[in-house]
Design a protein around this ligand. Sequence first.
Ligand code: 4AD
Ligand code: MG
Length: 463
Amino acid sequence: MTPTIHELLSNDKALGPVTVKGWIRTRRETKTAVFIELNDGSCLANIQCVFSLESAASDTNKPEIARATTGASAVIEGMLVASPGQGQKVEVQASAIRILGEAPVESYPLQKKAHSLEFLREIAHLRARTNTFGAVARVRNRMAFAVHEFFQSQGFYYVHTPIITASDAEGAGAMFQVTTLDLDRVASSGKPDYEKDFFGKPAFLTVSGQLNVETYCQALSRVYTFGPTFRAENSNTTRHLSEFWMIEPEIAFAELSDDIELAKNFIRHLVTTALKDCADDLAFFDARIQPGLIAGLEKVSKGEFSQMTYTDAVKELEKSKDSFEFTPFWGCDLQSEHEKFLTEKVVGGPVVVTNYPKEIKAFYMKQNDDGKTVAAMDVLVPRFGEIIGGSEREWRLDLLEKRMDELGLKKETYSWYLDLRRYGTTPHAGFGLGFERLLLYVTGMTNIRDVIPFPRAPKLADF
Ligand code: 4AD
Ligand code: MG
């Protein structure tokens, strides 16, 4: 393998003969030289390749330089030298160029320097070649690795939870159904015969790995899952995807306070890692996408998180009722406008909100003694609100069964989950971090469809 541009730019000891490979960003001709900027996505920066007029005019180079348009892939040979110009430490004094694949000017869609994110969303297969999406992809990669680093360094075991499931973990009833039944036939016969379906009963794509990961938590004590999850809610917002990735740790012999501590340390680790290892990409986002991004992240990496109960949060919101489209009241589900207000106006940073009304939270959350609230916690951040949702779990069989009855959940479907309470139950807690929400937070991008390579959302079926 030839060295990447990242390797060449970060290692100036390697001055001497080089071969570089990448996609042409620009070609510029002056009176004294031809400049080609090459990018291979290994880092944000391009490598500048300079052809003297003589080298550019050689029999072999001349026709290739003519084909060296934006987007074409090329191999350039030359000497890596200290750059006399500004803006780069090293450059290639080029002696030979070969075009591998042309990108005709008339049809290559990425001609301009800056394209709108909306336009780029329509060409998801090419958008990774832009600065913005290259940077998002590199940060996404580093954050995925940092997730594992964090949990592995703290004695957590990674558990692969299933994607196909029969149970609705969040009780929200917005699941994609998985079936091999012939839908046209079902439509004409009037009713699906689930006994004839693949699993002999209705099956769905999971909305969360939590219920499954709890089984391993009740055996290995500290576990986490990190995988794709699916929600069929018709939420056409900049914060929702139909297919997104979630990280869900679960800890045995733990209470809500342990869960909150873990969540704070986790976010701090991710933010600190991004600042340290993705500095160039974050500087790009700070300059082009979200001014003040780095300062905000630095505050989180060093600072404390605020914490307040749901009841106090609602009191704060009620003081400024008129600022909202949706009037807040005790018992309401916090809207994103409320969450933004709490983080941006009340606290000025991330905040952990605890003890929500049980009516607006999932069946599995531990019921508090007040009979009204559950031991839940959400982590909210400026700009878009909820990034983490979690809780202590109801570990007392009788109370869990009672709650399931109240909500009309079929206990047969959850019998394995109830067994965890029947045999050797323990207080335990966990949370879910939406990976793309984390990426919105760390990159400063504003639309969640821009932080996953191939977004899936309602009516967005451009597969
Ligand atoms: O709050 P949620 O629904 O919690 C759960 O699924 C729990 N089972 C987690 C747990 O305790 N193990 O979702 C968790 C997080 C949210 O805070 C949000 O960051 C993200 O998942 N999320 C979404 N991200 C993108 N698109 C969507 N449609 C999302 N729905 C939730
Ligand atoms: Mg939630």
